[in-house]
Design a binder for this molecule. Structure first.
Ligand code: UDP
Ligand code: MG
Length: 136
């Protein structure tokens, strides 16, 4: 059975700053993802707080929101069979030190906070996150 899904991907400030945007996009395309929508933006801290609201009680919340709003990011809607899990697999573990060989966070991440990419963790959250950044 075909299960075409969309997921939200963000190339975070540390990766944009190191000019990794095109290289990371090529990684997605070579794994069969279609970039359906994309934009390079810088969000405000209050927008970051809204986006990461699920983490508002965590000790890292404030730094995380400061960081995501600290520079330009590339926000993309990626489409592929089982895109949500396929993207989580391609990204690897949250902490680049624990990420498997070949994953984006292993290749590009510098630390748990500067881990280069975000990806939705469920189909339900993917819809919410896509709507957060894109009007239609
Ligand atoms: N994060 C952090 N410190 C931690 C855990 C998470 O700075 O101890 C950051 C990290 O950049 C991560 C983001 O918070 O990507 C969101 O955390 P989550 O647990 O949702 O990880 P993800 O879904 O991004 O793998
Ligand atoms: Mg998450």
């Amino acid at each position: 059975m075909s299960n075409l899904e969309q997921t939200l991907s963000i190339i975070k400030p540390d990766a944009v700053e190191r000019n990794l945007e095109n290289e990371i996009k090529k990684e997605f395309i070579s794994k069969g993802f279609k970039i359906v929508k994309e934009k390079k933006i810088q969000i405000t801290k209050s927008e970051a707080e809204q986006f990461y609201k699920v983490h508002e009680t965590k000790p890292f919340y404030n730094d995380l929101c400061s960081y995501l709003s600290s520079g330009p990011i590339v926000v993309m809607v990626l489409e592929k069979e089982d895109a949500v899990m396929a993207n989580r697999d391609l990204m690897g573990a949250t902490d680049p030190k624990k990420a498997e060989e070949g994953t984006l966070r292993k290749k590009y991440g510098v630390s748990i906070d500067k881990n280069s990419v975000h990806g939705s963790d469920s189909v339900e959250n993917a819809k919410i996150e896509i709507n957060f950044f894109f009007d239609n």
